[in-house]
Design a protein around this ligand. Sequence first.
Ligand code: HEM
Length: 436
Amino acid sequence: MGEKLLQPPSPEGPQGLAALRALSQERNILAALSALHQEMGDVFQIPLPGFNPVVIVGPEANRFVLVGERDKLLWRNDADPVVDLLHHGVLVVDGEAHDNIRKELNPSLHRRMVAGFIDTMIASTDEIIDNWEPGRTYNMLDEMRKIALLILMRTVFGINFRDRMGEMWGPILKNIAYISPGLWVVWPGVPRPGYRSARKKLDAYLFEVIARLRKGSSTGDNLLSYLVFESGMPDELIRDQLLTLLIAGHDTSTASLAWTLYLLGKYSGWMQQVVGELDKVLGHQVPSVEAVKKLAILDRVTKESLRLYPPIHLGARVAAQELAFGRYRIPAGQRVVYSIYLSHRHPDFWETPDTFDPDRFLPEKVKERPHYVYLPFGGGSRNCIGFSFAQVELPLVLARIFQRYRLQLTPAKVHSHMGATLEPRRGVFMKVEERN
Ligand code: HEM
């Protein structure tokens, strides 16, 4: 007879209660999760009424969710505001519907296509940083969002978003706030006024973009054109994919770029190494994919930044049927969370996990590490569709910035904010000086 499966443990006693109390304070959520992980191990349940996910951590847990039981752990949860916003976007549908949409989107975001985006990525970066005034301090979280939005809209939609960015900035941020964790997590029916007009504005813009294309004004060879002319999708479904890509495709890069600038500002020795390497490899040449591949130090820095501050720091699923993870029973309907953040700081796999040390990503060190311990882009068949895109975008933007400017972090407290992505709040304030 098989061993009886156990219920995942919940925190008890003063330590558990302290962690739970910390969970309710915005600035301490990650610290509380880390405390729970430390105290309870790789499987635990958060016993909050209305929100009691089983959190599972580590390579086996990640493989379980992303590969092993992928078909039995569903993404879609109708109570989730992300589903309310994205309707049938590829991120929030499951099974065959997911795989079919994903097949339509994949080719336009394939590595081969991304190679053709490079000039646009550089031009978009230049367009924003051309405006930087030497000696002034900028919030890099905002600056990186501008760059990421211009890049995404030009490459995926074929649209120069510059003229509309001011008008759409507010609605985009408001919609991101709508899907960010808040009271609704523990109180699903909580009234949430104040978002409708932002949703309407963004929807009107997306339908306008689709309609313009249908009237014959081409935006070139890009994903938007493909969806409108070749996919056979109705406009509502196209809107869902566009909004998904607009949000998932820029909020993540924004956070990652801002965190990397923050870390380089904080660890100026690494900043010097990155700039030294850039000068040696690129000089004054405009960065190309081949050149960027030679920027090994920048690559390690970016990977380490994604380890410490993964923009998507967890993935939530719902068990479609009863499952067993190790000794534990997961009943049908149970919320399951795989924690990228905790896996990336798991002391069994990372020495001094909270320390910034890009050399963890030296090739010989990477070889020693099990699969699914480091997974900033998720994994399995619903891994990040923008992986190749981000792999090129992140180093290109950073290389271009450091080629043209010296950046200095101004002393201000930064904390990890759990929005739609893990974000440096209240921002990353850096003084810029032009390089010769
Ligand atoms: C630093 C940049 C990025 C990071 C760290 C990141 C991270 C992730 C992660 C972890 C997932 C899987 C989530 C889960 O398992 O629930 C994901 C999915 C996704 N990402 Fe990204 N992403 C990034 C950039 C992008 C870009 C540039 C795009 C679009 C151009 C994009 C579009 C998507 C979409 C559509 C999905 C859903 C895929 C599916 O369910 O099939 N992401 N991303």
